[in-house]
Design a protein around this ligand. Structure first.
Ligand code: G3P
Length: 215
């Protein structure tokens, strides 16, 4: 399973990269707005820190606007994967990007048939938002299971990138279902590593070590 970080904060990306398990980064307009810097500068900076795929989202809504942005993003770095919303116009852009060899991450996916459409258009990644489905009283993880089954049935190469992860349990369930990628907020990455029994056990070992005779 690949671990992406879901952030536009460069300090978080540097910290996660130091853990040696960072495979890529995803951003979205809300995360970039929080970071308070121009989108292009943020993507350039991220590409310096993490050498994996970096998702940068288009901001237009028409086919022409989104395709123009997709080409601009793709020309920035071969690492850039263009994030495109799952709309009719968006799918047309995905299809054109596929023909041009531009990698895409289709975002805001909330149903299995939407994911099937994105794969048919040639998406490199599909981003189902599990946390936002949970927020609506639906089981986000059931969507991951359905998409994996459909993609497996037809050997579709689109990678399932689980987004809107809110807890370590989301990550565990996504891994059990064989999701290809999890994009994880920094806060959740920290929660995953921590366990109170690890801290308690380490404190006890260090205390006991004080009574080990010196050589
Ligand atoms: O990048 C998309 C996604 O991960 C958003 O998460 O928590 O805003 O639903 P959230």
């Amino acid at each position: 399973m690949k671990f992406f970080l879901d952030t536009a904060q460069i300090d978080e990306i540097k910290e996660a990269a130091a853990y040696g398990m960072l495979d890529g980064v995803t951003t979205n307009p809300s995360l970039v707005a929080k970071a308070g810097l121009p989108y292009e500068q943020i993507i350039r900076d991220i590409c310096e820190v993490c050498k994996g795929p970096i998702s940068a989202e288009v901001l237009g809504t028409s086919y022409d606007e989104m395709l123009k942005e997709a080409r601009q993003w793709a020309s920035l770095s071969s690492q850039v994967v263009v994030k495109i919303p799952l709309t009719i116009e968006g799918l047309k852009v995905v299809s054109s990007c596929t023909a041009e060899g531009i990698r895409t991450n289709v975002t805001l996916c909330f149903s299995a048939v939407q994911a099937l459409m994105a794969a048919k258009a040639g998406a490199s990644y599909i981003s189902p938002f599990v946390g936002r489905l949970d927020d609506c009283g639906q089981h986000g993880m059931e969507l991951i299971s359905e998409i994996k089954k459909i993609y497996n049935n037809y050997k579709l190469p689109t990678e399932v990138l689980v987004a809107s992860i809110r807890s370590p349990l989301h990550l565990k369930d996504a891994a059990k279902l064989g999701a290809d990628v999890a994009t994880i907020p920094f806060k959740v990455l920290s929660q995953i590593v921590k366990h109170p029994l690890t801290d308690k056990g380490l404190a006890a070992f260090l205390e006991d070590a004080k009574s080990i005779p010196q050589a």
